[in-house]
Design a protein around this ligand. Structure first.
Ligand SMILES: Cc1ncc(COP(=O)(O)O)c(C=O)c1O
Length: 457
């Protein structure tokens, strides 16, 4: 009788994969079984996950960048307990609650050039608002986006998402236009057509972890403004310290017109996103009392998300996580870059702060070429997948491939990590690269399994 969460967890723990297969998305459980990621996690703390057998896993994925402050941070947890105990009047809708006001005040203070913030429930929703606001503020329709861009999966965001694999089957999408990442000439050519509302860009792209050329944002902003168009920086992944600055656009010393955030703002507890912009843009959207609810979302300013957001920002500041991201990110990148001389298949180490991409490339030696070609012929990206699986199986470190059809893995650890985790990762990665460069062994056996699967998919 009644609802008993601890009892439910104890009684049904371990059924997650079966339930997923039966009631949610069966391809998810199938994929996780295939790559051996089908663990049952029982608990998490800081940079580590623990499975039902008490085994510890180092989390260099952070829930796609959500756990910037680490998992189950005591300050965020306490804020949420306090929020529940306060029996707040959340989501009255016809009031101006305190917590959203405080969170907006805090966010715009952190984001150079931003005056206002409107909340939502996810990254893609923050992008949707940005696209609508840009259209409304400029009176133009077309949005420019970049090769390899990822801005979310709702229809507006998908229209500025460059990946065919995500778009496929969901068209027709909006009539937006893709330009090469970091290409000012292409931007200028599109702007000359006179119908562009904005360029949306990730200063560090999540897919493939590509960093914009220095000065691009500054030049792009000037060009866009010359043509009555706006610059939207999508900082859903790169924002709030991930790249060693509070916002990655700060590297170019610019003030964009619109900035989106989400992920890290949640503290890993409650979905939250925000679209920040200059005052004049909000003024165009909410131009009269008649338009007061012209954009919004029922749950947007709920007290749980607002409390999680405020507490997360406090932790980021108190623990100086932006500085730690820069310092520890530099150390990790430097230690990994040293390995590029030793391992012929490690082609490049790149990124900013604790957003790091490791790209693999064709080996020179005959011994390795056959294996590499076998994988490439079946599907580009299988070698990176082999590395991710080896890091997980042999060393219990969780990472991800940085996108489909590319030989890149991405590291997105919590911003709280230090030298110990850097050492743990570099040691494990060295071991995996050693095995990969032997050209035989369990890792390559698994590679052949992946090839078979790719052929029969
Ligand atoms: C840059 C960027 N924008 C938007 C999104 C979409 O966020 P969400 O998955 O919360 O909708 C993501 C998610 O990975 C992202 O990396």
């Amino acid at each position: 009788m009644g609802f008993d969460l601890p009892g439910l967890l104890a009684e049904r723990g371990g059924e997650g994969y079966e339930l997923q297969a039966r009631y949610i998305n069966p391809q998810m459980s199938r994929m996780l079984h295939t790559i051996g990621f089908d663990k049952v996690y029982e608990r998490a703390e800081g940079s580590y996950l623990y499975d039902k057998d008490g085994q510890r896993y180092l989390d260099f994925l952070s829930g796609f960048g959500v756990f910037a402050v680490g998992r189950n941070h005591p300050v965020v947890r306490k804020a949420l307990h306090d929020m529940l105990d306060a029996d707040l009047a959340s989501m009255v809708q016809f009031d101006c609650a305190l917590l959203p006001g405080l969170l907006a005040e805090r966010l715009v203070a952190l984001a150079p050039g931003m005056d206002r913030a409107l909340f939502c429930n996810s990254g893609t929703e923050a992008v949707e608002a940005a696209l609508k606001f840009a259209r409304c503020a400029t009176g133009k329709a077309r949005i420019l986006y970049c090769d390899h861009a990822y801005h979310g999966l709702t229809v507006g965001s998908l229209s500025v998402n460059a990946s065919g694999e995500f778009r496929s089957g969901f068209g027709p999408l909006l009539d937006d236009t893709r330009i090469p990442f970091g290409d000012l000439d292409a931007l200028a050519a599109e702007l000359r057509k006179g119908d562009v509302a904005a360029l949306i860009v990730e200063p560090v792209q999540g897919k493939g972890v590509q960093v914009l050329p220095d000065g691009f944002l500054r030049s792009a902003l000037a060009l866009l403004h010359d043509h009555g168009a706006l610059l939207i920086c999508d900082e859903v992944q790169s924002g709030l310290g991930r790249t060693g600055r509070c916002f990655a656009y700060e590297y170019d010393d610019v003030e964009p017109d619109i900035v989106t955030v989400a992920k890290a703002l949640s503290g890993g507890y409650a979905p939250v996103g925000a679209t920040m912009a200059k005052d004049a843009i909000f003024g165009k959207v909410f131009s009269s009392m008649d338009r007061v609810v012209v954009h919004g979302s029922t749950f947007a300013a709920n007290a749980t998300s607002m409390a999680a957001g405020l507490a997360s920002l406090a932790v980021i500041e108190d623990e100086q996580l932006v500085a730690n991201s820069e310092r520890t990110g530099d150390l990790l990148r430097q230690r990994l870059a040293e390995l590029a001389d030793r391992y012929e298949m490690l082609a490049e180490v790149r990124g900013r702060g604790l957003m790091i991409g490791l790209e693999f490339g064709k080996p020179r030696s005959m011994k390795l070429r056959a294996g590499w070609s076998m994988l490439q012929k079946a599907r580009v990206g299988l070698f990176a997948q082999m590395v991710v699986v080896s890091l997980f199986q042999r060393h219990r470190i969780l990472t991800q491939v940085a996108g489909d059809h590319m030989e890149v893995i991405k590291l997105l650890p919590p911003l709280t990590i230090g030298e110990a985790e850097v050492g743990q990762f570099v040691g494990a990665f060295t071991d995996v690269m050693d095995e990969a460069h032997r050209g035989s062994g369990l890792m390559w056996d698994f590679g052949r399994t992946l090839v078979k699967q790719a052929m029969t998919r």
